[in-house]
Design a protein around this ligand. Sequence first.
Ligand code: AMP
Length: 419
Amino acid sequence: MSQKISGVKGMNDILPPDSRIWRRVESAAREVFDRFGYEEIRTPIVEDTALFVRGVGEGTDIVGKEMYTFEDKSGRSLSLRPEGTAPAARAYIEHSVHNLEPVTHWFYIGPMFRYERMKTGRYRQFWQIGAEAFGVKEPAQDVELMDLVVQFLRALQVPNVSLSINSLGDDACRPKYLAALVDYLSRHRDALCAECRERIDRNPLRVLDCKNEGCRRVTQGAPSILEFLCGPCRAHFDEVKRQLSLLGLKYEVDPRMARGLDYYTRTAFEFIAEHPSLGTASAVGGGGRYDKLVSSLGGLEIPAVGFALGVDRICLLLSEQPHADRAPDLFIATADDKAKDEALKLVSSLRREGFRIEFDGRGGSLKSQMKRADKSLARFALVLGENELTMRAAQLKPLRGGEPKSVSLDALPAALSAS
Ligand code: AMP
């Protein structure tokens, strides 16, 4: 036997029965996006490395440390996408979408790649469901996206999720805050972990996210961005809070939430699920406003706001919930080889009519086929043999209690629908 080849570390196979949960999550997302008027985009998994360097930011951990970057055969530097917003903005600019419509509402579902240290809920290939809204600078757009996430999580009955919000200011007020933060962190440099000491100059906001005990003690006393907001940013933040309350959406203000990406301006938000199955990977999603991203990638000054949710984490949370899956309507067994052709035709025509039919092409003894029928959890079983073919009728046997009844083969669809 040849040597086994394993999958790549941190990149998971999603097999049944888990894949059923994934499908449920994806179809709930599509249903909610439809209700809110968001259209699907599918961008390539690979992009020019410069897109992320410029869009996400060179100083971020995602770009600085976690990207899968390689050269293609022509020596071009490409990267597996670590997130979906920069590609969406690139596509928005490239196809001049702003010329076609003043407001654009998009969603995507797909895999992202980050070379991260792995643990439960944190992988190197993970899936995100995300949305981007281009063209609206008003707080109502931020709130619509948060409402959308809440409705989606509610539809799936994801338990115990809380919403945290913050404002990250804009070009007018953030520089003053960053200067105060850098000054504070520099004074406490010795109490920070090695990584955060390096972050003071590279990406000081990221220090606020560090989970290290020492760093947390330091950041508790750090200045808060909320004390530095300029008038327009404060007004925007106040309006977001007012509208969240108007819709009855509960939230907490977390003045130290920074999010890991450089492109955010003003609103930032995060959905956190405290649940043992996630360990410390408790963020199920996050997002924010990125009014400068489109122009920094060569487009016009177009305001935008978006979010991304972690599908792997949502599925982990749902995997503990019982859920009913659609059972087969009918298991068809064959008494002998002669009945097989007729069974094949019957199976195909019932499936064409929309019924879920199980048929085991191996045949075998009736006893073993009926065991398989039980295992399939089908509602009914039916045996086809010489008699049944002559009579064009068979016994429809309920597998979960009830009396068998004789049904003409032509009337099977009606009999299955009626019961
Ligand atoms: P981010 O924009 O980096 O905050 O990512 C948004 C969401 O994607 C997070 O809240 C997580 O639910 C999910 N996510 C991010 N990175 C990973 C990862 N390495 N593995 C699994 N899920 C992730």
